[in-house]
Ligand binder design. Structure first.
Ligand code: AMP
Ligand code: ZN
Length: 115
């Protein structure tokens, strides 16, 4: 838990969010500013600032993050239609929140050149 981290606060329910999935290690909620009909964020509860900060210790956690993404995609009805998973990393990658999160986008045909 990092003081003053928005996603740590959401994970601890100190700030409300529209939660669609939760287990011991992850929370998933609707993005407040969706860019697709389905736009979820999947967040490890552990405070890891970005992909750049991963260590070998996080190997298992990140593997499970993708299994959670797969499960949520199925639950949300986009598994067969298709969807997109994105990590923004750092400034030029468009990362605004410095707590690692996987975007799950779906519900329409997504273009590649612009999101
Ligand atoms: P990124 O640019 O990859 O760091 O993504 C951060 C995402 O968090 C953006 O898509 C924001 O719309 C979203 N966001 C910011 N604040 C909140 C919030 N309080 N609840 C849900 N999503 C949020
Ligand atoms: Zn955090």
């Amino acid at each position: 838990m990092m003081k003053d981290c928005l996603f740590c606060k959401i994970a601890k329910k100190e700030i409300p969010s529209d939660i669609v999935y939760e287990d011991e290690d992850f929370i998933s909620f609707k993005d407040i500013n969706p860019i697709a009909p389905l736009h979820l964020l999947i967040v490890p509860k552990k405070h890891i600032p970005s992909i750049n900060h991963l260590t070998p210790e996080d190997k298992e956690l990140i593997g499970r993050l993708f299994l959670v993404a797969k499960k949520i995609a199925k639950e949300q009805g986009v598994a067969e239609r298709g969807y997109r998973l994105i990590f923004n990393v750092g400034k030029e990658g468009g990362q605004a929140i410095e707590h690692l999160h996987l975007h799950l986008l779906g519900g329409k045909t997504l273009s590649w050149s612009k999101y």
